[in-house]
Design a protein around this ligand. Structure first.
Ligand SMILES: Cc1ncc(COP(=O)(O)O)c(C=O)c1O
Length: 465
């Protein structure tokens, strides 16, 4: 039996079994390619002339094969669109798998869950213009494997930007670009991971982060948060404490000046690290911006930022500004980690920072979110006596505290759902959910602009019922 591999115009290799004869072998090979799905419905086949040349057979042989397979329903042939693989109405489906679990399953009705910016604000025009500029001017080398710690241009732009906007004291060499904060925290946890090491998280907090640290092998401590932020006195000898000092997630309190000093003192005495999650630090409405904690102790604080609130979570771009003593361990933790950020996107972000486009974008967003926050505050004050909003000085979310026992949360969430409103119950974020006060976390940036007021109406109506 002699057989031959033939390449057709599509990147498909046909195995022609010449023992079946030229015509029979080609017919069989094409039938098998269609049956197995290697050739999909709509795929265009090469012209009979091209395929004949490629296979070294007479053109008439290919024409006859095409005619035969068209008659059998495998192919279709039209005057100007050539020969294509026919649709397969009764094709056997592949193995059925459930969809991958979604990080944020969509909801019906108004989405007031925290975690997203208004996605309609994405600076499409600026991103497009910057992408064109980057692709026109970048050297060929950017299309190779990038620096695992991030492209030097972005690290340089970030070092300047973070210094100017958040008071962060750093250099490009201390910055590591990560694929989102979750990735950044994973790298930190890996760098800290050694026998018996523990890491402290605020309680309440987003539960995914302590869960990830535990999975990496760290012991997790849950430290309470009060009106002044993390209760620093409760910290033990953890290798690191992860905090959200500018706008605690989810309660929204700011870490009080005295607590900041106390926390840094704890880190210094224990040789521990503070991980500062500055996830929404760009958005401050009432007072002077609260500067980064990192500025007070650049040798003990790993500062983390992200574009997930300021631009869009889809970009998966975040950064760490780390103390010198931690950089080698972080680089080591990155060694077998291929979650690098697309280099073109890194250069685009660097371009937007340098041109001032990011600042302009943030100013527009701040005005929009301040408006929304004020509206929420007015409606709650007018229609929900006894309720209280917290965490409204900054960020994109607030907590609506309601009178009543914590056990009423499930009923409250049901009422909201029935009224077409999705929010997160406060208990979701507590290590011991039964200890949570009654309240819901409201992401006021999430709904589209035109539906925002209706969303707040529906929220308040159900919450007050
Ligand atoms: C507390 C907190 N930190 C960080 C982030 C950002 O995460 P990422 O950069 O992985 O999107 C979020 C996003 O919701 C958050 O709520």
């Amino acid at each position: 039996m002699s057989d031959q591999w033939a390449r057709i115009g599509l990147d498909l290799h046909l195995r022609i079994d010449r023992a079946r004869g030229l015509r029979g072998g080609l017919e069989h090979a094409l039938r098998e390619a269609v049956r197995s799905g290697r050739l999909s419905p709509g795929n265009r086949l090469p012209s009979s002339r091209v395929l004949a040349l490629e296979l070294g057979v007479a053109r008439g042989t290919v024409t006859q094969v095409y005619e035969q397979l068209t008659a059998e329903g495998f192919l279709t042939s039209r005057p100007r669109s050539g020969v294509r693989v026919a649709p397969r109405p009764g094709a056997a489906p592949g193995p059925v798998l459930p969809p991958a679990p979604s990080f944020r399953p969509p909801v019906d009705g108004f989405d007031l869950r925290p975690g997203l910016p208004d996605l309609a604000t994405f600076p499409r025009r600026e991103w497009l213009a910057a992408t064109r500029q980057v692709l026109q001017s970048a050297p060929h080398s950017v299309f190779g494997y990038g620096d695992p710690t991030g492209h030097a241009d972005l690290r340089q732009a970030l070092a300047e930007y973070l210094g100017r906007s958040r008071g962060v004291i750093t250099t490009p060499e201390h910055i590591i670009v990560c694929a989102g904060y979750t990735h950044a925290l994973r790298i930190v946890c890996r760098a800290l991971s050694r026998a018996g090491a523990s890491i402290a998280f605020e309680d309440p907090a987003l539960p995914d982060y302590p869960a990830m640290a535990a999975e990496i092998g760290l012991r997790v401590e849950h430290i309470a948060v009060d009106q002044a932020g993390l209760v620093v006195g409760a910290l033990g000898d953890a290798a690191a404490a992860v905090v959200t000092p500018a706008h605690q997630f989810p309660l929204g309190v700011t870490l009080a000046p005295q607590r900041r000093l106390q926390l840094l003192d704890w880190a210094r005495r224990n040789g521990s690290l503070v991980v500062e999650d500055d996830y929404d630090g760009e958005f401050r409405y009432d007072r002077q911006p609260v500067g980064a904690l990192q500025a007070l102790a650049p040798g003990d604080v790993v500062y983390a930022g992200t574009v997930s609130k300021s631009v869009a979570p889809a970009l998966r771009i975040a950064w760490l500004a780390a103390p010198t003593r931690v950089v080698p361990a972080l680089r080591e933790a990155l060694r077998h980690d291929e979650a690098h950020v697309n280099v073109i996107d890194q250069l685009v972000l660097a371009h937007l920072i340098r041109r001032g486009d990011l600042d302009r974008h943030l100013r527009r967003c701040r005005a929009r979110y301040r408006h929304r926050r004020d509206h929420l505050g007015r409606v709650v004050a007018a229609r929900l006596p006894g309720a209280r909003l917290s965490g409204i000085a900054a960020g994109l979310h607030a907590v609506l505290h309601l009178p009543g026992p914590a056990r009423d949360e499930a009923r409250l969430l049901d009422r909201l759902r029935e009224n077409g409103v999705a929010v997160d119950g406060l208990s979701t974020f507590y290590h011991r959910p039964e200890e949570a006060p009654l309240g819901v976390v409201i992401g006021y940036a999430t709904p589209q602009q035109h539906e925002y007021e209706s969303a707040v109406d529906a929220l308040v109506e159900a919450a007050g019922a």
